[in-house]
Design a protein around this ligand. Structure first.
Ligand code: GLU
Length: 302
């Protein structure tokens, strides 16, 4: 099967080396197997997304030679590829979940939930305690009406199993690890989990290569794939890059932003080599071209 991969950045800032590493690994995974690669702009959060950043993402990817077959800001068929323009598709998916009686309106704020429960383990996640579940928690719920977010019910015995190419066999007790989760925010914005599943399924994505901060999200997404009757893709989560202090790279590491790296005179091959070395594809951060990296990727993974 010829794979279809994708890169799905949120246009909330200029990309940094960590984003380039994720883009490169997903591009290499698709291209080394002769597959397609899609660029999807995840601009669901109106407060944080800026079209200028989406343009810079496109410019940086093209400058690096990471060309996509479909997607980006162009809105040709079978797009659009900007999530802000795909609300009708998310609405019909939500209606299908509501038809199954699994969705309810939730009036809790994040602060309410924080006050009612200790963060899960040490990573600060909050598991929703089910405060707004109607009918004593007995499904099917009536179609939700009125204000509030829309939350998807997770039954107590929901176990999700999947195999990640990098992290191996995963088994997630979804009610314990995640709990009921939001599919539409109270302000009407679509939740990432719903949008990403609808998009990956309708765009024909067969493999998802992205940072391991989203490993647990894969379990929520598989749950949605099942409920919506879509086939789930293969998963390859990437260990997160850290800075010299061992902290995950973020926009705060200014010297590793594409802006700073390009301004310092780094060539595309230098930046690709740096990302590839961080991924362990080449032994050291020497300039590397994409053909060479495709060979290295095939050697390592195929
Ligand atoms: N938009 C997400 C991000 O930029 C990535 C989502 C995904 O790859 O599934 O972190």
């Amino acid at each position: 099967m010829v794979p279809t991969g994708r890169f799905a950045p949120s246009p909330s800032g200029r990309m940094h080396l960590g984003n380039i590493y994720a883009a490169l690994m997903s591009w290499l995974s698709a291209r080394s197997a002769g597959g397609r690669w899609i660029l999807r702009i995840e601009d669901l959060d109106p407060g944080r997304s800026r079209i200028e950043y989406a343009r810079l993402i496109e410019d940086d990817l093209k400058w690096l030679g990471l060309e996509w077959d479909e997607g980006g800001l162009t809105d040709g068929l079978p797009g659009p590829y900007c999530q802000s323009m795909r609300g009708d598709l998310y609405a019909s998916a939500l209606a299908r979940l509501e038809d199954q009686g699994l969705v309810y309106a939730c009036r809790c704020t994040r602060a309410d939930i924080m006050a009612s429960q200790a963060p899960h383990q040490s990573d600060g996640r909050i598991i929703y305690p089910g405060t707004c579940r109607p009918d004593g928690g007995m499904t099917p719920f009536a179609r939700p009406e009125g204000p509030g977010s829309r939350r998807l019910y997770v039954a107590p015995d929901t176990t999700i199993e999947f195999t990640d190419r990098r992290f191996g066999r995963q088994r997630v007790d979804l009610a314990v690890e995640c709990g009921d989760f939001i599919v539409r925010r109270a302000d009407g914005a679509w939740a990432y989990q719903l949008a990403v599943v609808v998009d990956d399924a309708l765009m024909g994505v067969t493999e998802v290569v992205r940072g391991s901060d989203l490993l647990l999200s894969a379990a929520q997404q598989i749950y949605l794939y099942h409920l919506l009757g879509f086939k789930a893709p293969e998963w390859h989560h990437l260990p997160l890059l850290t800075n010299s202090g061992g902290i995950r790279l973020s926009k705060r590491d200014a010297s590793l932003s594409m802006e700073a790296m390009r301004a310092s005179g780094a060539s595309p091959a230098m930046i690709l080599g740096r990302a590839a070395a961080a991924a362990g594809l080449i032994p050291e951060a020497a300039p590397a071209g994409l053909d060479e990296l495709i060979d290295a990727y095939r050697h390592r993974y195929l």
